[in-house]
Write a protein that binds this ligand. Structure first.
Ligand SMILES: Nc1ncnc2c1ncn2[C@@H]1O[C@H](COP(=O)(O)OP(=O)(O)O)[C@@H](O)[C@H]1O
Ligand SMILES: [Mg+2]
Length: 415
């Protein structure tokens, strides 16, 4: 097995479009069920009743997907000729897999020579289809990594947890990205309050499960909110007991990072060792502070320590100034903040007690509050754009993640 084959068996697949054309009820059903497989969270799968003719008609009018799977009842010269015609409508990046009626080595070689990635004999079981799609996509597009964004507070109470909850709702519901929201604060986590779940899970349980390698147990610790947000239902740890070692937490992250394209971690109440681990591993660090002297003093020291941990680069830290206007005459101005911290705030959020304190037990309200939605869309979410690729219409730009022309593509080989 190649490295891609190995990797394809247990990873979150890259963003891609896949279309299946078949007239066989069983194949259509099996293909449709693939959508429930966690590895396919970022794969958009079109399952269509049809054949090579239908696919030619379809892609004469619109762009072909990354992978086309076509089932055919006859494999003869006429079919090969139509396949050739189809390739004229496909771009370089399109791969093709054929499902046919007979097991024939010569035919198989012929198809492979034509640039077809694989040939399967019907009936095709769901698992086989899953594996073939996974391997083809990984070969073509590579494994694209998930993004970890760590949220850190300059000190307690500045609004880190409020902001990460708003961001998680925004990334999952407004940007449509599958997101995991985790909290390294153990018993000090306030996530269950804002997101409305039972804080039964503990970091201690996680530490036991990673030691046992119990992935199903870990999965059960998550609650789903909407279609794309999974939240670690933690918060049940005793406040004063030790929770989890950095080494165990790192294995928990490894488990999570292949399953969720975006992972947001609340570090506002975490122990320093866990903060350090996540700061080292994160793709981006969001640091929340209020425009007050004490908070900014901590922010300045933290930015230095974070930069040291990450090889001197301050650009990975995005500073959010929260609760501006709360005590106007005592606040440090954005200009002074930039001078003192050598980092320009990425954004600021006004002090809005009705929005934040008023909805402390229901963070989702930010999505239905006019002012809240405005802040989320135009002040908060843009801070994450440097890590999460988003198209200009506000939705993630799937195409930009793709590498095209890897290996011999369907079309290139045929020409
Ligand atoms: N922009 C804001 N305006 C008004 N209150 C806010 C704002 N942001 C957060 N809060 C409130 O501040 C308090 C502390 O917020 P929290 O998110 O728990 O902070 P942290 O996680 O940094 O300790 C909460 O009561 C929250 O509702
Ligand atoms: Mg908090």
């Amino acid at each position: 097995m190649s490295e891609a084959d190995n990797q394809a068996t247990d990873i979150l697949l890259p963003s891609a479009e896949v279309a299946v054309f078949s007239r066989d009820a069983e194949t259509l059903k099996n293909a449709g069920e693939i959508r429930h497989d966690w590895r396919f969270a970022r794969v958009s799968l079109d399952v269509l009743e049809g054949d090579v003719e239908t696919s030619i008609q379809t892609y004469a009018e619109r762009e072909a997907p990354d992978l086309l799977i076509i089932q055919t009842d006859d494999i003869n010269d006429a079919f090969l000729e139509r396949l050739d015609a189809l390739s004229g409508y496909c771009s370089e990046g399109t791969a093709a897999v054929i499902i046919g009626p007979v097991n024939d080595v010569y035919l198989y070689r012929n198809l492979i020579d034509m640039g077809v990635s694989d040939y399967l004999v019907r009936p095709v079981q769901k698992e086989v289809l899953c594996d073939v799609i996974a391997k083809t996509l990984v070969n073509r597009l590579g494994v694209s990594g998930s993004r970890l964004i760590a949220f850190l507070g300059a000190k307690g109470g500045v609004g880190t947890s409020s902001i990460i909850q708003a961001m998680a709702l925004g990334v999952s519901e407004l940007w449509g990205q599958k997101t995991a929201l985790i909290d390294a604060s153990g018993g000090w986590s306030s996530l269950s309050v804002g997101m409305g779940f039972d804080p039964a899970g503990t970091l201690r349980e996680i530490s036991r499960m990673v030691d046992k390698g119990d992935e199903n147990g870990l999965k059960r610790l998550f609650v789903e909110q909407g279609e794309r947000l999974s939240i670690m239902a933690g918060g049940g740890d005793a406040l004063l007991d030790p929770t989890i070692s950095p080494d165990q937490y790192e294995r928990f992250l490894d488990f999570l990072m292949v399953k969720s394209p975006v992972v947001l971690a609340d570090l506002s109440g975490a122990e320093p060792v866990l903060k350090k681990l996540l700061i080292s591993r994160a793709n981006q660090i969001v640091l929340v502070a209020t425009p007050t002297l004490t908070a900014l003093r901590f922010a300045r020291s933290l930015i230095k320590e974070v930069a040291d941990l990450r090889g001197g680069d301050k650009n990975d830290v995005s500073l959010i100034i929260n609760k501006t206007g709360m005590a106007k005459s005592y606040e440090v101005t954005p200009h002074e903040i930039q001078k003192a911290l050598e980092v320009a705030p990425a954004t600021s959020v006004p002090y809005l007690p009705a929005l934040f304190l008023g909805h402390e037990s229901n963070a989702r309200q930010i999505l239905s509050d006019k002012e809240g939605l405005e802040i989320l869309k135009h002040s908060l979410l843009p801070v994450l754009k440097k890590t999460i690729t988003v198209a200009s219409d506000g939705y993630p730009d799937e195409k930009s993640e793709k590498k095209s022309g890897l290996l011999g593509s369907f079309l290139t080989k045929k020409k």
